[in-house]
Design a protein around this ligand. Sequence first.
Ligand SMILES: [Zn+2]
Length: 94
Amino acid sequence: MRINCPICGERDHREFTYKGDATAIRPAIDSDDMDTHKAYIYRRKNSAGTHRELWNHTAGCRTHMIVTRDTITHHITSVEPVGPFADQLKEGAK
Ligand SMILES: [Zn+2]
């Protein structure tokens, strides 16, 4: 599988680190509902088909990105940078 990093271009997936489900919503830090915190940390859907995932280009520019990927075919339909410079990267790509 190859991932098109918004900064470095297309690279082998072994240069990247999977950081988890990009659709999981972090509960409020001051929430004392432990079931919500446990669900955020441990419960995952493991769905077959299109999935939004957070990846980091650890062996490259270290940019975090959301990769939309089919978990069966590994076909990637989009890669979006996330983080403090995401808007600038998206502007540069236009
Ligand atoms: Zn990169």
